[in-house]
Ligand binder design. Structure first.
Ligand code: GLY
Length: 401
């Protein structure tokens, strides 16, 4: 479809010469994939962000954990997560080819283990939910877990083997998306967005920090945890997104050390999530805290202590490894933990935000959904439960389960 006919079908006004079809506010993985897919469909597209490829993906571990991160009451989100996981092999192959970069996509599976009776009961409950949801997940004894992962502590009481939950390196993913955008002709404006531009009851682009005005037929707000703060967005369409802090450590398995872990290993220890994601290049990502502390991104002694303490109970050998990096990022949390995708109550303004714990996992499907919404003017059927409009009629509406 040509840009002109795509624009016409989506109900956007005919653009003045020099006007963009689509301006994406935010250059994290969600904004970049939206811009890339829009440009592939012939739309004149730009991204505004001071550091394209930055954002939460610089911190995230990159687990593609639709099955091991399943929660009660989130079956609709599970459908979206699984659909995106299903698209990952083709998405990764295409992006890798277009960008010429290796994304660190690793189909290694995940082992979720229990250290005590409470953890075991929690894991049993998760297994019941997974089985009821038709997901592949196998209960293993402690001995079977250690046979798969010999570095596990002798006290491991049992676990779930989930061969379908994989990983990707989010930093490589972000970098490849920047390259793919550039090669698809997306203009990257390395600036903060000062405010949304509006005319009457329509969004018409954005004003950048240096005063530059970018006129666009459609504006996609994909600002991660900052999405709820963009000036100029009417209060009734401002997304109810909040920052949820996560502290993450990066350890390094020295060359010649031998295999440390062959797959992602995770556990719930004293109610907190801990996971270890081993990369083929020797990086071992250890995450993550979940903290509701507003815009604070301090790495704290307490956060690092708790992560290392819990991970050490799981894998005693980790304390021998060099600690290469500590970082904190902000997940874009939403009231129902699900993303806000597609058109809003303000003509010309779409959202792609609120991905919370699943931004990396949902990257492929978000790009496809937003490209569809930008060319067809409406969400595809699979994305309709995630319309931002579910929050605009007053009290938040529960997603159907
Ligand atoms: N999905 C992992 C996390 O948000 O910590």
């Amino acid at each position: 479809m040509s840009a002109r006919s795509a624009q016409h079908r989506a109900g956007a006004p005919a653009g003045a010469a020099g006007q963009l079809d689509v301006l994406v506010v935010g250059g994290g993985v969600i904004g970049l994939v939206t811009a890339w897919r829009a440009a592939q469909r012939g739309l004149r597209t730009a991204v505004a962000d001071p550091e394209p490829g930055g954002g939460a993906a610089r911190v995230a571990a990159g687990m593609l954990a639709a099955v091991t991160e399943l929660h009660h009451g989130e079956q609709t989100l599970l459908g979206l997560n699984l659909a995106s996981a299903h698209r990952y092999p083709d998405f990764a192959a295409e992006l890798s080819e277009v960008s010429g970069q290796d994304l660190g996509y690793r189909r290694c599976g995940t082992l979720a283990v229990a250290l005590d009776a409470d953890d075991r009961a929690h894991l049993r409950e998760l297994h019941t939910l997974q089985t009821r949801s038709g997901l592949d997940s196998e209960w293993l004894s402690g001995r079977e877990c250690r046979r798969l992962e010999p570095m596990l502590a002798p006290g491991v009481r049992g676990g779930l083997r989930v061969d379908g939950d994989h990983q990707i390196d989010p930093r490589r993913l972000a970098s490849a998306l920047v390259t793919a955008c550039e090669r698809a002709g997306v203009a990257l404006h390395r600036q903060w967005v000062e405010r949304l531009r509006t005319a009457g009851d329509r969004a018409t682009g954005a004003v950048l920090g240096d005063g530059t005005e970018l006129a666009a037929g459609r504006t996609v707000l994909a600002g991660g945890s900052l999405s709820g703060k963009l000036a100029g967005v009417p209060p009734e369409v401002l997304p109810p997104v909040r920052p949820v802090k996560g502290q993450v450590l990066r350890l390094r398995v020295p060359a010649g050390y031998g295999p440390f872990l062959s797959r992602t290993v995770r556990a719930v220890v004293r109610g907190g999530q801990v996971y270890l994601v081993p990369r083929l290049n020797g990086e071992l990502v250890l995450g993550a805290t979940t903290e509701e502390l507003g815009w604070d991104t301090t790495v704290t002694a307490g956060g690092v202590y708790e992560l290392l303490r819990d991970a050490h109970e799981l894998i005693p050998g980790i304390t021998e490894l060099p600690l290469a990096e500590t970082r904190a990022g902000l997940r874009p949390g939403s009231p129902d933990n699900a993303p806000l995708l597609g058109p809003t109550g303000l003509d010309g303004l779409l959202l792609a935000t609120g991905h919370h714990r699943n931004g990396v996992l949902l990257t492929p499907i978000t790009g496809d959904i937003l490209a569809h919404a930008l060319t067809e003017g409406e969400l595809p059927a699979e994305a309709r439960p995630f319309t931002p409009r579910r929050f605009t009629a007053g009290a938040p509406v529960e997603l159907p389960v």
